[in-house]
Ligand binder design. Structure first.
Ligand SMILES: Cc1cc2nc3c(=O)[nH]c(=O)nc-3n(C[C@H](O)[C@H](O)[C@H](O)COP(=O)(O)OP(=O)(O)OC[C@H]3O[C@@H](n4cnc5c(N)ncnc54)[C@H](O)[C@@H]3O)c2cc1C
Length: 435
């Protein structure tokens, strides 16, 4: 337990830390003011946002006490889990341990779930009943899938996840969906129900379709893929559809919202998906990705608004509802930044810099961020979308004229190069988080 105290972070070091939003390595500088106890920052969730925030807190202020509350001993990334479904990767290759955050960076890892947050008392209660006091709190718990009674799909409750996996949280669900794909007969129908906005990883369902199409092409060439979409359009749509035509012919059919793509009910017993206008699609393998909202620990503790997501100040990612608490990653409302691992990683650095500055009484930086989402479409063929964003008094904005998507007329060598960049991105961001 600690009380609020000062962390000595020089102006120069803070500026360096703020620049880390662009993934620049930092040089550690002297620690806390002499004679004072170290300030304590607690981080809830050790994923893209939280693991990054914890590491960059220690990188920016080595004498700060940092506790990461995360029940698991290792983290399986959603990025590249679609490649596991396609048979390109195994789960082990996308699993990362927390050892170095503990051993190299001196972060205390509490392997429990956080259940309650008391912003007035500045405390976090753990599932086992213990309480952690904090000087600042960073919350990056990710998402929950909406259950039927709270804006989800009728019939798609937890019991249905076995028959119709979502695989939107990686691990056992990824392996389950993969095993169902392997067991499916050639000539079978795979149906993916894609969610409405906003949701985790806008290009994710369509990269998934591509990976599964590649698997079918090699192993079950008579199989069909039906995508039932609750949206009118999707991320990198033209590029995905161009790649699907090129590699998979007429294997994939995409049905938009206007064409009755929105799934409103499922029957797990028969793997049937029912749309808004009453069409019934019976799948041999069904992958249901339902509507989403911020994870329970954020919603149940006053950090989310009526939308189910958490409003934040764009400069610091501090909650606009509860003081002293930063919410980052998918749980936060950071639009136009997407709900991506890249964005969560950058926001982790911003929140770490802001937490140190606020503890130190220093001026805050004006952060800007880059996001790139790569998607594999076929072997040696990938596409990307990039954006550049900055914080303003009116919130986060996209910088006009920056970013963009891969050109439609790129040649095979460009598409191949993009797949190399995608692998490079995966390796560097996971190294940034966990080493
Ligand atoms: C199929 C798929 C593919 C994707 N591909 C990409 C990609 O190529 N590029 C990209 O940038 N993004 C991608 N994403 C998106 C990316 O995974 C998310 O945007 C990112 O994980 C969000 O980070 P986060 O920190 O908000 O949540 P997470 O990374 O999910 O981390 C949340 C952590 O919080 C922990 N937690 C939850 N509740 C509690 C609690 N009560 N107490 C303690 N800990 C808790 C969880 O165990 C978890 O470790 C993909 C997503 C999917 C589903």
């Amino acid at each position: 337990m600690t009380r609020k105290s000062q962390v000595a972070v020089t102006r120069r070091r803070f500026t360096q830390l703020a620049a880390a939003a662009a993934a620049t390595p930092l040089i550690a500088a002297p620690g806390i003011a002499r004679g004072q106890a170290a300030a304590h920052v607690v981080v809830i969730g050790g994923g893209f946002g939280g693991a990054t925030a914890a590491k960059y807190l220690k990188k920016g202020a080595p004498d700060l006490r940092v506790t990461l509350v995360e029940p698991n001993d290792s983290f399986i990334t959603c990025p590249y889990s679609n490649l596991v479904l396609g048979g390109w990767r195994d789960l082990e290759s996308i699993t990362h341990r927390y050892d170095k955050l503990r051993d190299r960076w001196g972060i205390e890892h509490v392997r429990e779930e956080a259940t309650a947050i008391d912003a007035a008392a500045r405390s976090v209660t753990l599932a086992g009943g213990d309480t952690l006091m904090y000087d600042r709190l960073i919350v990056s718990p990710g998402i929950d899938l909406r259950p039927p009674e709270d804006g989800g799909i009728a019939g798609y409750d937890e019991a249905a996840y076995e028959a119709m996996p979502h695989a939107w949280k990686p691990g056992a669900q990824t392996l389950l969906l993969r095993s169902q794909l392997e067991a499916m007969d050639d000539g079978g129908l795979f149906v993916l129900a894609a969610p409405p906005n906003p949701f985790r990883c806008p290009p994710g369902p369509y990269e998934r379709v591509s990976m599964i199409a590649d698997y079918f092409k090699k192993n079950k060439p008579n199989a069909k893929i039906l995508v039932l979409d609750a949206k009118e359009r999707f991320s990198k749509q033209g590029l995905f559809q161009q790649g699907w035509d090129l590699f998979y012919g007429d294997m994939i059919e995409w049905v938009s919202l206007a064409d009755d793509g929105k799934v409103i009910e499922v029957d797990p017993a028969t793997r049937t998906l029912i749309t808004d206008f009453g069409m019934e699609h019976q799948a041999d393998v069904a992958n249901v990705v339902p509507p989403q909202y911020a994870k329970a620990v954020a919603r149940n503790n006053g950090l989310a608004d009526a939308s189910g997501w958490c409003p934040v100040d764009g400069q610091t990612f501090e909650s606009t509802l509860l003081p002293g608490i930063h919410v980052i990653g998918d749980a936060s409302i950071a639009s136009p930044m997407p709900k991506s691992g890249f964005a969560a990683n950058s926001q982790g650095k911003t929140a770490a810099a802001a937490a140190i500055a606020l503890l130190e009484g220093q001026e805050l930086a004006n952060p800007a961020w880059v996001n790139t989402c790569y998607s594999h479409v076929a072997p040696d063929y990938a596409i990307s979308v990039a954006g550049v964003y900055k914080a303003t008094d009116a919130g986060i904005i996209s910088i006009e004229g920056s970013g963009g998507v891969s050109p439609m007329d790129a040649n095979a060598a460009d598409r191949k190069l993009k797949s190399v960049y995608a692998d490079g991105w995966y390796n560097s961001i996971t190294a940034d988080m966990f080493s």
